[in-house]
Design a protein around this ligand. Structure first.
Ligand SMILES: [Zn+2]
Length: 468
């Protein structure tokens, strides 16, 4: 029997509640999917989410020695991130099973530098393009200088980001060029193909092509201006409702652009004879905040107030779409069970009929489709590090619980009566808190890496960089 193809689409910053139109649009071409409405990312940022998602392993980002304020600025800070040597990424497993593996992205956090090339026959990433030079410049030269210049560093940093490498003028590769590169690398009627494509179009700055800007009454100049509210927010200035609405419109227009680009991609793949027996999985690495918890974007640096760090784990940031198209053995359906990206790699091998590697911690979620959810209660655990402290987040149908173990700070929300997670009820529910702490304590103990091991990882990383 011919092998299936599997296409994994990940969209940076696409939160679940904004993804419905995209999921339905794709259904026009791919048929209705099995969709999970409560899928939780493993962490609230690209670098905190992808390593665990690709290797079905917890604890890869919680045990870092330090989370950089601006990760692009210091070589030392880069050492802890990425796919660790002892983990097993999904492409490696598929390659061993004779799949041709192809990946395309323009986000440095999921580039070869962080181990994401492992198992790919070809990974076209942000660092294999002209960005490579720029990134190295940022990392090695400017970064180090800025790090050691003491009192003038903030001033220099500001100048650098504003005039030399202003992200507003220098955003990521657009979906259409990503697709073009992808199509150039796919042969007609291929079987046994694994493709991973990561899109950056829904990541700040939201600058979809002109047609999409015009549909919301903007042009490139006004769109850049609206995007600047992120700076305003970081500087602690007030954001007016009107500005926020325009900003959200840009985000939605960006999703529409990705949606149309994907339709075009699948049409082209159909013409190439690729789509006959192909499963498509659509998800995101994390979501995006629009001030629901007084926080714009997703975790990207340090918070000034320690307790602000909890904001990074709310629903708008961790709840991501998960839709699987082309599962012939299942009727399309919507499942509201809580699932996690820890299950993504095991689900992929389950779909392809490959045995799950022992190293992987998650379980396939295909059984939840038949079960319809059943009575089996499920939960997800997400992890992140902020201001040098570890945070754990537990999500089930009813409870959302945050715990910062080091000083025993927690937050509890009842998702049934308070789905927007507005009122912390931890002090009124000591029994629930005790039970959830126990679950998270067991989880944390199981996944803790000693500081010594982490230091060893870091030294190994720096040595390997110096050798190059
Ligand atoms: Zn991301």
């Amino acid at each position: 029997m011919d092998k299936k193809n599997l296409i994994l689409i990940t969209i940076d910053c696409l939160r679940a509640d904004y993804s419905h139109v995209l999921i339905e649009t794709l259904a026009k071409r791919l048929g209705k999917p099995v969709a999970f409405t409560n899928c939780m990312a493993l962490g609230p940022a690209t670098a905190l989410s992808f390593p665990g998602m690709f290797t079905s392993a917890y604890g890869q980002t919680i045990n870092l020695l330090h989370v950089p304020k601006n990760p692009e600025n210091s070589l030392l800070d880069l050492a802890s991130y990425g796919i660790k040597d002892d983990k097993l990424p999904i492409p490696e497993v598929l390659k061993e099973n004779n799949y041709r593996t192809l990946g395309i992205n323009s986000n440095v956090w999921v580039s070869q530098q962080y181990g994401f090339g492992r198992g790919f026959d070809h990974l076209f990433d942000a660092l294999t393009s002209q960005r490579k030079t720029k990134h190295l410049f940022t990392t090695l030269k400017v970064g180090q200088r800025i790090s050691f210049l003491g009192p003038v560093k903030n001033f220099l940093k500001k100048i650098y980001w504003k005039f030399v490498n202003n992200p507003i003028n220098n955003s990521f590769a657009k979906a259409t060029s990503v697709n073009k590169l992808l199509l150039q690398n796919i042969n007609e009627n291929e079987k046994g193909l694994f493709v991973w494509v990561h899109y950056m179009d829904c990541h700040w700055p939201f600058l979809p092509p002109g047609k999409y800007l015009r549909s919301i009454g903007m042009d490139i100049k006004s769109a850049k201006k609206v995007n600047k509210i992120l700076h305003k927010c970081k500087e602690g200035r007030t954001i007016e409702n009107r500005e926020l609405e325009l900003y959200k419109k840009l985000y939605i227009a960006s999703i529409e652009y990705v949606s149309d680009s994907l339709l075009q991609l699948f049409e082209a793949l159909e013409n190439k004879g690729i789509m006959d027996d192909t499963v498509v999985i659509l998800t995101a690495d994390h979501g995006e905040g629009f001030l629901e918890h007084d926080f714009l974007a997703h975790i990207s640096g340090s918070f000034t107030d320690e307790n602000d760090c909890f904001k990074a784990g709310h629903r708008e940031i961790l709840n991501v779409p998960l839709a699987i198209y082309g599962l012939k053995q299942f009727e399309p359906r919507i499942i509201d069970k809580t699932v996690s990206h820890i299950s993504l790699a095991p689900t992929i091998v389950d779909i392809l009929g490959i045995k799950k590697p022992k190293k992987w911690e998650g379980k396939s979620i295909l059984n939840l489709i038949d079960d319809g959810g059943g009575s089996q209660e499920t939960f997800a655990i997400s992890e992140f590090k902020a201001n040098d402290k570890d945070y754990y987040v537990y999500t089930s149908r009813k409870w959302k619980f945050f715990w910062r173990i080091i000083d025993d700070q927690c937050r509890l929300f009842n998702l049934i009566t308070d789905p927007k997670e507005t009122t912390d009820i931890s002090s009124q529910n000591p029994e629930i808190v005790k039970e959830l702490k126990s679950t998270l304590r067991d989880h944390a103990q199981l996944h803790r890496v000693s500081k010594k091991d982490e230091l060893r990882n870091r030294i190994r990383f720096i040595r390997s960089k110096l050798k190059k």
